[in-house]
Each structure stands twice: as structure tokens, then as C-alpha cells.
Unconditional design. Sequence first.
Length: 279
Amino acid sequence: MRIDVVSIFPEYLAPLELSLIGKARQDGLLDLRVHDLREFTTDRHRTVDDTPYGGGAGMVMKPEPWAQALTAVAAGQAERAENAGAPDATGAAGSAGKPVLIVPSPAGERFTQATAHELAEENQLVFACGRYEGIDERVLEWAADHFTVRPMSLGDYVLNGGEVAVLAMVEAIGRLLPGVVGNPESLVEESHSDGLLEYPVYTKPSSWRDRDVPAVLLSGNHGKIAQWRRHEQYRRTAERRPDLLAEFDAGKLPRADRTAFADLGYDVVDGLLVRRPDA
Ligand code: 5OB
């Protein structure tokens, strides 16, 4: 997969040289290039922002530097010395056609694990990091001729710019690429893969500061352990993320699991979990 990130703070993306994603780049599984938006300005002061039409606080990113940068990365004409030597990820899987332009924004559609899986199938992703009050809206309209444009939000909170959101999205997508995570089994059993939160985990010692590991985990009874873990997922999800339970497919749950949900105040109605009114 090819990923281009455009930012006025390219150093903000330095962590993508570390750990799993850094290794994937070294191994040629991910061809990730970071570009400085100011390299695509033509004025003496390398200006990227201006005051908003209609008034108001803050500054807006000017359209022309973005058009120049996005044209260059779409055509693969924006290779930079700092990235040279990174092996090319040829033969990447994914859909043919336009690259996807992801614009991190609190006004975007929500980025989820399902989005990460979708985007992991693409050949080229371009991330446009806005700062200030955002990018002139005409850039996104213009870009639709060359890209599939997807404004994306990580959640309902404010950041100073798109860079930190890009770090999160690139990690979520990158770890799904073939060969990036050593043991593909570890992709399966994680939080959100089945729409529930993960069960709690423990390691040695079995007793620590007067706190014991739950006895069932030392029992050697693998059926009982699997059931306990599943019920802990239900309990945690009901406690912390009840919104996720509304989407959960409870149609084929065994009796013991329905009882676990009943104890948490949920009944199964037409295959869906419904909070009992008195609970
Ligand atoms: N807040 N997701 C939540 C975001 C965000 C802010 C961003 C980008 C993505 O940039 C300011």
C-alpha cells in the first residue's frame, strides 16, 4: 500500500518510523511518504493560511498550495529526499481507480474498525492534515475529480490539527495489511472485532498485593474459561459502552449467555438486546 501524508508539520509524523509501522515500511509492506505543504507554496513567505471570508476567529488554509500538493501526490511526483530509500510496496492489493483522500476533521464521518478494514483494501491513501480552522471547502470539491474524498473524525473532541488523527488512522489501517502483524490470530480476538469490549487479562504472579487472579483462569477447564471471558465481555460492555449492545447480534446465544445478559438487565427480543425497563 502507498500512503502520502501532507502536513505543515511533517515532523509530527515521525512516530510512523517506529515499532510495527516503521518495521512494515522497512520491510517494503508499506510505502509511506510525508510531504511538507509549504514546499507547494510559491510566495516568499511560504504562506499557507489567510483570514476567513464572512469574518470570525482564526485562519483558513489557502486552496492553491493544497491543489498543488494533492496534484503532485496523486501523480506520484512528490517524492522527497527524506523519504528516499524506502522500498516500494509494489503489488499491493486493493481496488483499482482513484486514490482515497482522507481529510481528518471533527466534522467528518466517524472512523471505526470497519473503516480501517475498508481502507486497508485500497492501493493509495492520501491524508490531508488541516490546521487552524480548516481547509478552504473548495479544495474538497475540486479534489473529488481526482480522489474519493472522505472527511473522517476520530470522535467528538477537539484537536489542534489532523496530524494526531493521522497517526491513529495509519496505525489502525497499517496493522491490517498482510504481513504487518506477525501473528494474524492476534487480529481476530480483539476489541470491536465482534462488537464487544475485550475481557480482562492477567499474568503471573497468581496472587499480587492481596489480589488473586480469578480462579477459573487457573482451572485448566477451557470451556469454562471461554464462557467466563465471554460473560466478562458482556459485563464490561454493558457497564462502559451500552451503546454497542444495541448493535449486538444476540439471535443465536446459548441459554447461559442469555442468562448472563438477563443478570445485566438485558432481554433478547427478535435477536436484539433490549434494556429491561425496571433494570
Ligand atoms: N477531532 N477527530 C476528532 C479529529 C478531530 C480533529 C481533527 C481531526 C480529526 O483536526 C482538527
